[in-house]
Design a protein around this ligand. Sequence first.
Ligand code: HEC
Length: 169
Amino acid sequence: MSVSVRSLRNVGFAVVGSIVVAGLAIGAPVDLKDKGVGPIKQVKLGPIDPALAKQGEAVFMQKCSACHKLDERYVGPAQRGVTKRRSPEWIMNMTLNPTGMTAEDPIAQQLLGEYMVQMTFQNVSEADARAVLEFFRQSDAAAPAAAGAAPAAAAPAGAAPGGAAKPAK
Ligand code: HEC
């Protein structure tokens, strides 16, 4: 046990290195293609459904907020921006099958290495997991400059190539 914990800690350090390189507030890389491991194979997204998001917020407060805040790292990652770094299927599989995810999914394994706590299944139904996903989508839509946003996107739009940084005088 202590051996595997130590090796996970090493993964954590490797991840810390990538934070600096990527300039992001999260360690594990953005990956919107990984669908994760679990019952969810395909999620069809429509326009954000505010009633579903409200239901999801209630589930989040009841079953997730002991470990997750929207804007702060807590026991687990800050959740704002999660829809910009993970696919909908991955988010739902992480919600429904966290131990299977940390056993088999490379991103979930990196997160475990970074946070050193195994997320546990919170007895969430598939419908509730979908509602929480809607709550995350709504939170991310309300804050476009979320933690997961790429730094490159912050470059001034009108900057002239080469001369952008020149002071006015
Ligand atoms: C016991 C604490 C705990 C609870 C409760 C918990 N989580 Fe987690 N969660 C974690 C930890 C720790 C991680 C990092 C991965 C790991 O170590 O398993 C994580 C990771 C995640 C991630 C990946 C975030 C990212 O940045 O990629 C998602 C999504 C997530 N949790 C969703 C949920 C949802 C939804 C709930 C409520 C149904 C929930 N979690 C409840 C501890 C928790």
